[in-house]
Design a binder for this molecule. Structure first.
Ligand code: MEV
Length: 446
């Protein structure tokens, strides 16, 4: 089996570098990851798909179950986050995402990898209060009873309390003009520790409803978590030397300038920002899916946060520092957990978390935001230079070949021919398959 490359000066720390990994036979790749993350035989067979989510368990997770839906699980290499090398499991159907993240993470290693941090895991629960004659008086009454309300919220989940989490604060917002008339919104700020927290927050909000009605004299409507998790943020930063960005006919300075200009486009234009942020979420979602997170919550939070100024914009920033290096930063809400939900109950999510080696939701958030920044860099670098299609086509062509019915060795042959012709389309793939098969048949008959 090909060996991984040790990190210079860091022989004791396992390295996330494995040059040529994509060319290794699948079994060698798996064996390397098994060794790296010390996976058991059972965990290995879960990755192989031989074990995994049992149908009976799936049947208990959602309604009307008739089967399972597997996705490819790839490993993004080269990541170093806060000085620690990590292998990043990514579950995604889109080609180029895992390769893009690995490539950008390699560039970031030149300056020590990604620096990342996360705020305390505070989520916001909303309680809607209607039928109030005096919003200001109701607001004052809620704030005056803050300690009593927080104490009631803390009775709901003694486990989170014991772990150091629980109710932290209250905010009260008046919405004097809505299509349904004036209303008050009470925000419960709740520290969810290592849980994503939707269940804990929703339970606490529901438990508070009678008390809020008593205090305000109003009628409570909705009691639900907000996905605009603006108090649970993750941030990552990286610095890429211009030299490291040079390739083919593109000098490093030109690539730096191209990435900065690409970011400026997204900063100024919501049409571009939506795609730019989608690129970030390609990375974040893939880790979220691999580790059993509620990726819809992450998506909702990301886009709402991107529009918090009233104008939708880029979640990341890219600039050139005084030495000419490219500097990237990403800040976004990251409502993730390492306990609860599918994180522990889904066998593959459990293995993915073990591969990542993260102990807390905070560490997971830090890795995920770094992956988002890496993914963004990979996309902008390609878009600002040779274009996205060149790297994408070879992988995309394989999917088109499979969709057209190619099998075994045919897949590679059909894909290669389409790329060479510059026509990657289902109808062309079907034609090539027909041509090849009829040649094969003739050959067999001769
Ligand atoms: C494609 O899935 C993602 C990109 O469109 C992101 C971007 O344009 O920045 C390549």
């Amino acid at each position: 089996m090909p060996g991984g490359e040790p990190c210079p000066g860091e022989n004791t720390m396992p390295s996330s570098r494995a040059p040529g990994f994509y060319n290794w036979p699948l079994e060698d790749r798996l064996a390397w990851v098994v060794d790296w993350a010390n996976l058991t035989e059972e965990e290995t067979s879960i990755l192989r798909g031989e074990a995994g989510l049992p149908l009976e368990q799936a049947d208990r997770m959602i309604e009307n179950v008739v089967g399972r839906y597997p996705l490819p699980l790839g490993i993004a290499l080269n990541f170093r986050v806060n000085g620690r090398d990590v292998l990043v499991p990514m579950a995604i159907e889109e080609p180029s995402v895992v390769a893009g993240a690995s490539f950008a993470a390699k560039l970031a290693r030149a300056d020590g990898g990604f620096r990342a941090e996360a705020t305390p895991p505070e989520m916001i629960g909303q309680i809607q209060v209607l039928d109030l004659d005096d919003l200001e008086a109701a607001r004052a009454a809620v704030l005056a009873a803050k300690e009593r309300i927080l104490a009631r919220a803390d009775e709901v989940d003694p486990v989170i309390r014991r772990l150091g989490g629980g109710a932290r604060d209250l905010e009260v917002r008046a919405l004097p003009e809505t299509p349904a008339g004036p209303m008050l919104v009470v925000h419960l700020i709740y520290d969810c520790r290592d849980a994503m927290g939707a269940n804990a927050v929703n339970t606490a909000c529901e438990a508070l409803a009678p008390l809020i009605e008593e205090i305000t004299g109003g009628r409570v409507g909705l009691r639900i978590l907000s996905n605009l998790a603006e108090r649970r943020l993750a941030r990552a930063e990286c610095t890429i030397p211009a030299d490291a960005l040079a390739f083919d006919d593109f000098p490093g300075e030109r690539v730096v300038q191209g990435v900065v200009e690409a970011w400026a486009f997204a900063a100024a234009d919501p049409y571009r920002a939506a795609t730019h942020n989608k690129g970030i979420l390609n990375g974040v979602d893939a880790v979220a899916i691999a580790t059993g997170q509620d990726w819809r919550a992450i998506e909702a939070g990301a886009h709402a946060y991107a529009a918090r100024s009233g104008r939708y914009t880029s979640l990341s920033t890219w600039s050139r520092d005084e030495k000419g290096n490219l500097v990237g930063r990403l800040e976004m809400p990251m409502a993730v957990g390492t306990v609860g939900g599918a994180t522990r109950s889904h066998p593959t999510a459990r293995v993915a978390l073990k591969i990542l080696g993260v102990q807390t939701a905070r560490e997971l958030a830090e890795v995920m935001v770094a992956v988002g920044l890496a993914q963004n860099l990979a996309a902008l670098r390609a878009l600002a230079t040779e274009g996205i299609q060149k790297g994408h086509m070879a992988l995309h062509a394989r999917q088109v070949a499979i969709a057209a019915g190619a099998q075994g060795d045919e897949i590679e042959q059909v894909a290669r021919q389409m790329v060479a012709e510059g026509v990657v389309r289902l109808d062309r793939a079907e034609e090539i398959i027909r041509e090849q098969r009829s040649k094969g048949n003739k050959g067999a008959g001769e």
